[in-house]
Design a protein around this ligand. Structure first.
Ligand code: ADP
Ligand code: ZN
Length: 591
């Protein structure tokens, strides 16, 4: 990957100074925002905050600036103008927002007032029925609409049986399920599964989202919860679904300031509702979270959310099935092989896959086709995996650097044994990345061998090393590669016992987050001496792998040049073509 430094905000006066000194390369104008590039990096700040600004943005003053245009002309700066994409609707909304809030507050206080006065019509005639407190549906979604997740479906099967015939369950003397925690990464189908359970049991589905409470006025959350439970109980058997439970159910006392009281009151209300169930209430509460680790222990006590169902990211067959389910609604050409698409989407969630299908349909539509073809599908995969393609200013020099950098990654990957096959190399910017080398695993990997991890580090170092070999200089574009390589090496040493010096001992400095992969820090458990050895081992691994990729790239210099040139002229090189370019220039076969 090749990253470009972030765009930094600068004062308008600073921008003017740089402009008059002739240090502004180009300017892109969009509404009142000016973005652009300095010719030479401008240093600002001191100490830790010191930064070099290359890409800047600033806001044109509302009182205008008469001599800006003269200065731009004098300095001969290229100016691009873009249409302001903010629609009249959003501008209208921004202007109306304060009013909506004020009116909303009146509606709210009149509702509170009514409740205290024991119901009836409020001051302004806003009846209770008009205020939307939660969503209720009787869905036609069933387990058929959910691909994969066999374990989760099986566990929920019991809940479905209970809701279908509560009396039978009670006779058998089983403990009826009351609260179920659905834990899984975002988009793994938690909401869908809860809905499907309601559909299977043919019961109403009430849903409310935890995050909505946080911005609310104090007291609203709790009263919503009270209302929803009261309504739902009347319709029992029923499923109540609370989305994003962690946003209200975080460990109490660990609040992040604002909205804290509200969160606690809402949570207490949910708990007291659940405690108040009698065994005959056939109400099942399901709650979704992607952070089961931060939940308040009170939530998972017996009689509350005491069952946990974990939703995994889909494996390859499940991905194919999810793609098939969502492709039903669109027309797909015969050349689309969903199993290939499933193979290229390891690590993506059900929601991502659904987005890919939608995106492919949009792309095909834009091309005036009446069916989605393979190329549309693959473009959609790239877009979801790497972010949308972006127009960027890329100078010829920069393009050349990126091309060699990516060619370095690709060639290293090609010449190592046991790596994931290479699918694509591109220097078209996607999201923040200006270039990408994409490898697709042949199968889903759950464990990694030491050799695989070492190869991965070598490939990551390949970009920077290629720059070094070709230009005898390095750019900042490799920052992310270095971070990933270091992180991988650290885990090899600390978590996986892959360092000979330190042996099979765990030196974890933190538990990693179960779904998001983020490190959660925890005090170190080893001595400073050991910390020194750990760092030395990490360095040794990285240096060793840097050497490995340098050897490959120097030996394959011809291929490196050929691939980089192909990238400069065609920007994206894929599959067989990639093999061809690399093979044609191979002078001696490697073993
Ligand atoms: P979560 O609640 O876990 O964030 P959702 O249930 O909202 O995820 O999933 C979003 C969408 O992704 C669903 O509406 C569904 O269309 C699709 N999806 C996710 N997982 C699956 C799956 N296993 N089978 C079919 N579709 C899925
Ligand atoms: Zn890179």
């Amino acid at each position: 990957m090749f990253y470009r430094p972030a765009i930094e905000s600068v004062a308008y006066t600073e921008f003017k100074t740089q402009l008059s000194e002739g240090n502004v390369k180009n300017i892109r104008v969009k509404g009142e925002v000016l973005k652009g590039e300095f010719k030479e990096a401008v240093e600002r700040g001191a100490g830790d905050r010191k930064k070099e600004i290359v890409y800047f943005k600033t806001v044109f003053p509302s009182f205008g600036d008469h001599d800006l245009m003269k200065l731009i002309e004098k300095r001969n700066v290229t100016v691009f103008t873009e249409k302001d994409e903010r629609s009249w609707f959003s501008i209208l909304l921004i202007n109306l927002l304060p009013w909506i809030l004020i009116i909303g507050f009146f509606v709210y206080s009149s509702r509170q007032f009514q409740q205290r006065m024991g119901g009836g019509q409020g001051f302004f005639g806003f009846g209770k029925s008009k205020a939307k407190l939660y969503d209720r549906s009787v869905g036609d979604v069933t387990f058929q609409n959910v691909a994969g997740l066999a374990n989760a479906k099986q566990e929920l099967g019991e809940v479905v049986d209970f809701l279908k015939d509560p009396s039978k369950f009670n006779q058998l003397g089983g403990k009826p399920p009351k609260g179920i925690l659905l834990a899984g990464a975002p988009g793994t189908g938690k909401t869908l599964l809860a809905q499907a359970a309601a559909g299977e049991a043919d019961v109403p589905f009430y849903s409310i989202s935890g995050s909505e409470f946080i911005e609310m006025f104090v007291g609203v959350g709790a009263s919503r919860v009270r209302d929803m439970f009261a309504q739902a109980k009347k319709e029992a058997p029923v499923i109540i679904f609370i989305d994003e439970l962690d946003s209200i159910g975080r460990f109490r006392g660990a609040g992040l300031g604002g909205g804290h009281d509200e969160r606690e009151q809402t949570l207490n209300q949910i708990l007291s509702e659940m405690d108040g169930f009698s065994p005959n209430d056939s109400v099942v509460v399901m709650a979704a979270t992607n952070r089961p680790d931060v939940l308040d222990p009170a939530l998972v006590r017996p009689g509350r959310f005491d069952r946990k169902v974990v939703l995994e990211l889909p494996d390859k067959p499940a991905r194919e099935k999810i793609l098939a389910i969502h492709s039903d609604a669109i027309t797909i050409s015969g050349d689309v092989d969903l199993s290939v698409v499933a193979g290229a989407t390891a690590g993506l969630s059900g929601a991502d896959l659904k987005n890919i299908v939608n995106e492919a349909a949009i792309i095909a539509g834009r091309r005036d086709k009446n069916q989605v073809e393979s190329e549309d599908m693959h473009e959609a995969v790239d877009k979801i995996r790497m972010g949308p393609e972006r127009d960027q200013f890329i100078s010829d020099d920069e393009k050349k650097t990126i091309a060699y950098h990516e060619a370095g990654h690709a060639l290293t990957a090609k010449n190592l044994v046991g790596t994931d096959p290479l699918r694509k190399v591109t220097i078209i910017p996607h999201g923040q990345a200006l270039g990408m080398t994409e490898q697709i695993p042949e199968k889903d990997r759950h464990t990694y061998t030491k050799q695989y991890l070492l190869n991965r580090i070598a490939i990551l170092m390949g970009g920077r090393t290629a720059e070094q070999i070709v230009f005898n200089d390095i750019s900042s574009g490799a920052a992310n590669d270095l971070k990933q390589a270091t992180e991988t090496a650290r885990r090899m040493v600390c978590q996986w016992g892959m360092s000979e010096k330190l042996g099979p001992v765990n030196y974890s400095q933190g538990e990693s987050h179960p779904f998001l992969g983020k490190e959660m820090t925890e005090p170190k458990k080893h001595s400073e001496d050991t910390a020194g050895i750990i760092d030395a081992e990490i360095q040794a691994i990285i240096h060793e792998m840097e050497k490995t990729c340098r050897t490959i790239l120097e030996k394959r210099r011809d291929s490196l040049e050929a691939l980089a040139e192909a990238l400069i002229s065609r920007e994206t090189i894929e599959d067989e073509e990639l093999d061809e370019i690399v093979k044609d220039n191979e002078t001696e076969p490697d073993n």
